[in-house]
Design a protein around this ligand. Structure first.
Ligand SMILES: Nc1nc2c(ncn2[C@@H]2O[C@H](COP(=O)(O)OP(=O)(O)OP(=O)(O)O)[C@@H](O)[C@H]2O)c(=O)[nH]1
Ligand SMILES: [Mg+2]
Length: 464
């Protein structure tokens, strides 16, 4: 479905939701949007007559229930279409915070026939009404979920349209080329060439190169957006779960002296030296007949494959040679650059043993917290190195959906390039170029399906 079609079928009923998080707070904001938004709020508002209010005006008054009982003293902001977040008539009611107040104000509005908004529905309407494109709408969700300064910066850039402009620029050139190719079909008899072979060659090559550069930023972009995935791995009982708890400063994972305590994996994110990291505590690796434990070990191996960093943990009492068997158990290659060796339980070995081990990896104690500073500094350093490529000012891709679209764009352009070399007809070339255009168009939502929109906006919170 194209964006235009979606627009035409978009319901214009009036929706409302509490836009602030639940719980007690100074104020809470209730958002209302739709053709009747202003009239519906006016029906419950005692103060100025906002039905005639100009756009971007603020009004003091009271919200009442059906029987006219005052629910709260509020400030009401009026926005008239198209000059609002959604592009529709909108009202934002700032009431006192607290779960009961805001819910009663919302209920009072729902009684007037306003519908409760779905997650992300305000932003979805903003997209459908052309206030922002799809990549920008996704940036709104990223902005809200940003866990680090870098993630925040990246989503602001995307919201400001950096990715959209990049994609749009290439797409426009391809649209022009497709148009020329299609036009030249009308002149087949006359043998008119609107785009010569050299121009096409350059266009395809250059577009592939630029898209590839953007795609290459996805490795670091993903780390910036979602955090660096740090897996804690090793044999049973070496203290993986203890380390997770020490890092988090809470008792998140169960720790016992029984080997094989952790069976499922546990994932927990935290900000460490300004870097957002996701720690994954895995089941200890060993050969066992326990079916449940083996299932856990299989999952652990998958986790290790996907991790950005693998902290391979050995018991300091077993000495440096333990590290090798740990690596084998985890099925990791010797030269795997993601591996950081840790010797835990340093409190149980003599000082000279610890010094010896320090030549092979970091020596720590999850129990005493010894060596944690060095470990966190090392992890922060690895995180910075992992996302370094992004600093070079080019566009940053942080989203797997965008990466997939870019890859399909490249694939289509490679097919186009091949078709050109094989002297295929313009019709064939134009078809491949159109495929690339559509793939790129999916990023900004020039082409979008209901399914794609549903999955994107499901990530949003209600009220956004
Ligand atoms: N002395 C000492 N004991 C530790 C240290 N870290 C963990 N332990 C103990 O080692 C035992 C195992 O710890 P866990 O954190 O459950 O180990 P694990 O690697 O998660 O074990 P599995 O989940 O079974 O694979 C517990 O009794 C912990 O108290 C440490 O640094 N020093
Ligand atoms: Mg454990």
């Amino acid at each position: 479905m194209t964006q235009q079609q979606t627009r035409a079928t978009a319901g214009q009923d009036t929706i409302a939701a509490i836009a602030t998080p639940p719980g007690t707070s100074g104020i809470a904001v209730i958002r209302v949007s739709g053709d009747d938004a202003i009239d519906r709020v006016a029906a419950r508002f005692r103060g100025a007559d906002i039905r005639e209010a100009a756009t971007h005006t603020l009004h003091h008054g009271r919200i009442c229930d059906t029987r006219g009982r005052i629910l709260d003293e509020v400030l009401v902001s009026v926005f008239r279409e198209p000059r609002s977040y959604t592009g529709e008539n909108s009202v934002e009611i700032s009431c006192h915070g607290g779960a009961v107040v805001s819910r009663r104000v919302l209920s009072s509005l729902l009684e007037t026939g306003v519908r409760h908004a779905e997650p992300g529905e305000f932003t979805r309407r903003a997209f459908l009404n052309g206030k922002m494109d799809l990549a920008q709408a996704e940036a709104v969700a990223d902005l809200i979920h940003a866990q680090s300064e870098e993630a925040h910066q990246a989503s602001v850039r995307q919201l400001e349209g950096a990715l959209s402009r990049f994609v749009g620029g290439i797409r426009d050139e391809l649209l022009h080329a497709a148009g020329m190719l299609e036009l030249s079909l009308d002149f087949v008899e006359d043998d008119v060439e609107l785009l010569d072979d050299g121009q096409l060659n350059t266009l395809f090559d250059e577009s592939i190169r630029r898209i590839q550069t953007a795609l290459d930023s996805f490795g670091s972009g993903r780390i910036i957006r979602d955090g660096m995935r740090v897996a804690l791995a090793g044999p049973p009982n070496v203290g993986k779960s203890s380390l997770l708890n020490t890092l988090l400063g809470t008792r998140r994972a169960i720790v016992t002296e029984v080997p094989g305590t952790t069976r499922d994996y546990i994932e927990e994110g935290m900000l460490l030296n300004g870097e957002y990291m996701r720690f994954i505590d895995t089941a200890g690796m060993r050969s066992t007949d326990d079916r449940i434990e083996n299932e856990g070990i299989a999952i652990s191996r998958d986790m290790l494959r996907d991790a950005d960093i693998v902290c391979l943990i050995a018991d300091a009492r077993e000495g440096a040679r333990a590290a090798v068997s740990v690596r084998d158990l985890a099925l990791l290659e010797e030269e795997d650059a993601r591996v950081q060796l840790l010797f835990n339980k340093a409190d149980l070995v003599a000082a000279d043993t610890a010094t010896e081990l320090a030549e092979h990896g970091l020596v720590i104690s999850a129990r005493t917290g010894d060596g944690m500073d060095r470990l966190t500094a090392r992890l922060a350093e690895l995180a910075r190195a992992a996302r370094q490529t992004s600093e070079q000012g080019s566009v940053l891709v942080t989203n797997a959906r965008h990466a997939d679209c870019l890859q399909r764009g490249i694939d289509a352009l490679r097919d186009a390039q091949r078709a050109r070399r094989d002297r295929m007809t313009e019709e064939f070339l134009a078809y491949e170029v159109r495929r690339a255009i559509d793939a790129l168009g999916e990023i900004i939502g020039a082409v979008s399906s209901e399914d794609v929109l549903n999955s994107i906006f499901a990530r949003f919170c209600i009220g956004k």
